[in-house]
Design a protein around this ligand. Structure first.
Ligand SMILES: C[S@@+](CC[C@H](N)C(=O)[O-])C[C@H]1O[C@@H](n2cnc3c(N)ncnc32)[C@H](O)[C@@H]1O
Length: 297
């Protein structure tokens, strides 16, 4: 077999976020001053800390009725909304968080490892204003990072409320030059090909299952190959980067590798990694697979 390495990719610069412990299908995390217990399907092992320790620390716990719906049980006061800051050598921005009915708080903190790659790549684009497309963009962590690093950014998500939330995150940082699109990512990409538009950077963080605004079905394994073939046509042929992040139980890193090998430019550099967070308790939590591509950067 040819040399093949899979890297561990983890954020290095968080102060306002910390994974404290995980196990027994839960994780204990600090977002700013607030500590939450949330479901974590990948944490099939035992917690490192005791139940008493978890209970003592948690401000609130999300109790699921199904994998995505449930309710927050509050043990200590938690505001409806609060802010956290991400600060590194390349980036400095704030994000607004809230406890939502779907166990999320409006941020995937492990994505900070991708934000650093995005910012570093944008800074290397020569001769033109960098243009970045963020697909399946949620509350805009990667869009805000791309704008913070100097790119004109197009943010695409199918849910109006999350695009509004992303817009509020941009306003919180006084960032302009972000184009907000409530659209089906698949249709948006095909339309951009017809218009002849190109981008220096494309970011994709597709879910396992999703829907466009008109109910268009997205299923990762059914639609990702065509999506990757389409986005190659939108990449600036001279200099570009791409991030494909996937979070789906059982989605092997080799699936991402094979997809990128088949669809990306032959002379582009590629890296395949597992996105992970290391808890304060020591255990390492896997949170998906990432493929990163760059050409002439
Ligand atoms: C896993 S989240 C992305 C997380 C985000 N990149 C981040 O790090 O904050 C997936 C997003 O894809 C959106 N989505 C699902 N199906 C879609 C579709 N067909 N077109 C556009 N967006 C879609 C969802 O609304 C959701 O916000």
């Amino acid at each position: 077999m040819k040399n093949l390495s899979i890297e561990l990719c983890t954020p290095e610069f968080w102060n306002d976020y910390e994974l404290l412990d995980c196990g027994n299908f839960e994780k204990l995390e600090r977002f700013g001053s607030f500590i939450f217990r949330r479901p974590e399907p990948q944490a099939v092992w035992d917690k490192a800390w005791t139940e008493q320790e978890w209970q003592k620390q948690a401000h609130a716990r999300f109790e699921g009725d199904s994998p995505t719906t449930g309710k927050w049980i509050k043990y200590k006061p938690v505001p409806d909304r609060w802010e956290i800051r991400y600060h590194s050598k390349l980036l400095d921005f704030k994000m607004r968080l809230a406890t939502t009915a779907f166990k999320h708080v409006g941020l995937f903190p492990e994505q900070a490892t991708n934000w650093e790659f995005i910012a570093d790549s944008i800074k290397k684009i020569k001769g033109e204003e960098p243009k970045v497309l963020n697909l399946f963009a949620y509350t805009g962590g990667a869009s805000i990072a791309a704008r913070n690093a100097g790119a004109f950014t197009t943010h695409v998500d199918s849910i109006k409320q999350v695009v509004t939330w992303a817009n509020e995150n941009a306003e919180l940082n006084n960032f302009d030059k972000i184009r907000w699109m409530v659209e089906d990512a698949v249709k948006f990409v095909k339309r951009e090909i017809r218009r002849g538009n190109t981008y220096h950077g494309i970011i994709l963080d597709p879910p396992a299952y999703g829907h466009g605004p008109k109910g268009e079905k997205w299923k990762l394994e059914d639609h990702i190959l065509e999506m990757m073939k389409d986005v190659t046509q939108l990449l600036d042929p001279k200099q570009h980067f791409l991030v494909l992040n996937t979070y789906s139980l059982g989605f092997s890193s080799l699936i991402v590798k094979n997809l990128l090998d088949q669809t990306m430019h032959k002379d582009a550099k590629k890296m395949i990694g597992e996105v992970v967070l290391q808890a304060k308790s020591g255990v390492i939590l896997p949170l998906g697979v990432v493929g990163r591509v760059s050409k002439n950067l």
